[in-house]
Write a protein that binds this ligand. Structure first.
Ligand SMILES: [Zn+2]
Length: 419
């Protein structure tokens, strides 16, 4: 049976101008038509669920390329919890994403492999949840972060250990491999500008991941580490704080289609925090790096580096469900409104390597979509406004809506969340 969604303004996630008076048809969880009503021919067999959305705005479900489901925004960034509680925390945070219209999330540092169990439970239909792209553990050299984030890190020193660490993540079901190439902001003794892995280790990691057909996401702030990662052939550069220091490297990323995932929201949340429980070292390091991160995005964007949205939710005061505010901060740093939105839809799918079936509302793509009663292109903050968000669809079924809705019962998934 087809679902025909009529009378919508379609923002399809490709960067194309919005289409007023559009129609979107879903057949077997995929989009079978998305475009102007004039190009659509109605099938008169009556075997259709029709939905008139009275001019509301329909977008692809958003994709967040950098989250930590094991964190809930704890001010001191201390995520740990007993095993059972951690599994429930990961599930709860995953659901907060879905109820906010983030239908796909890429987790770049889970906890004791529990996120793989949560994904299995979601895939079996036992719980509502977003589509999960998982990295498993964050592969790091020996350093203090490994104790601070005990369930997240996999310490590996030297080429052989690095290869083994990659194989472990692949064995556990990782879709992507995450590597910490430089120091971190959210580790007390971490120096973001310092390079951690040596060139041979970075190259070995990328080679081993690619051997299994896995992409590599590299955490890197300092320019030396960014250079090593980019030249080794990573797919996405996470943070990229000091990238602005090397314009030739920016050109190289643009030519080779290496994505930048800037993660700006967390820094602004911390700097603007009234929460005095933020440790001084987290505050100081964010103040020192935030301006640099924003200028790196601006330069990379202007040079044509592909940009994907990653909010880093889970980190201090950066809450699951508020992810879409990252799109606003990317626009504030210099991206056009439409390009900022594409970074969370079509471009985000490309960053994951899933663009052939995900990320835009075009014929043949998975029917993941979000519906707003206001136009998010007029104010990107609307993307994260839960009163404006009307409902969320994943695989052609409603997975989140408000109470007291007027939506056809046949369109509901087995488990439905409240927005
Ligand atoms: Zn992160």
């Amino acid at each position: 049976m087809d679902t025909v969604i009529k009378n919508i303004t379609l923002i399809d996630g490709t960067g194309r101008e919005p289409i007023p008076d559009a129609v979107l048809v879903i057949r077997e969880a995929r989009v079978s038509y998305a475009g102007p009503v004039s190009g659509w021919s109605e099938v008169e067999d009556g075997n259709v669920i029709a939905l008139d959305l009275q001019g509301q705005f329909v977008l692809p479900g958003l994709i967040d390329c950098h989250v930590h489901l094991s964190g809930s925004g704890e001010a001191d960034s201390q995520f740990s919890a007993p095993t059972g509680q951690m599994a429930l925390k990961i599930l709860k945070n995953a659901q907060r994403n879905l109820a906010a219209g983030i239908t796909t999330v890429r987790d770049l540092g889970g906890w004791s492999e529990l996120e793989f169990d949560v994904r299995r439970a979601i895939q079996r239909g036992e719980f509502a949840g977003p589509r999960l792209c998982l990295a498993g553990r964050f592969i790091s050299i020996t350093e203090a972060g490994a104790e601070y984030y005990s369930g997240m890190y996999r310490v590996a020193d030297g080429v052989n250990e690095v290869r083994k660490a990659v194989r472990e993540q692949v064995k556990n079901g990782a879709d992507v491999i995450k590597m910490g190439v430089t120091g971190a902001v959210l580790v007390e003794s971490g120096v973001p500008g310092t390079t951690h892995f040596n060139e041979d280790e970075v190259c070995a990691l990328v080679q081993e991941a690619n051997k299994f057909g896995k992409r590599v996401a590299a955490h890197a702030h300092g320019i030396d580490g960014i250079r090593k990662a980019v030249h080794a052939g990573i797919n996405t550069l996470e943070h990229g704080t000091y990238l602005y220091q090397d314009p030739l490297l920016i050109q190289h990323m643009s030519q080779h289609g290496i994505f930048l995932v800037p993660t700006l929201k967390v820094g602004w949340d911390i700097i603007h925090a009234k929460d005095s429980t933020i440790p001084f070292w987290i505050m100081d390091k964010n103040k020192a790096t935030q301006g640099e991160a924003a200028s790196s995005l601006k330069l990379a964007y202007e040079a044509g580096v592909p940009i994907a949205m990653g909010s880093d939710v889970g980190t201090p005061l950066n809450y699951h469900g508020e992810n879409a505010l990252e799109v606003y901060w990317m626009q504030q740093a210099g991206m056009s409104v439409m390009d900022a939105l594409v970074s969370a839809t079509g471009n985000a799918a490309r960053a994951l390597g899933w663009e052939s079936w995900l990320g835009t509302l075009e014929k043949g793509k998975v029917a993941d979509m979000i519906v707003y009663d206001k136009n998010p292109l007029e104010d990107l903050n609307i993307l994260a406004d839960k009163t404006s968000l009307q409902f969320v669809m994943k695989d052609g079924l409603i997975v989140a809506c408000h109470t007291g809705h007027h939506l056809p019962a046949q369109l509901f998934a087995k488990n439905v969340l409240t927005i």
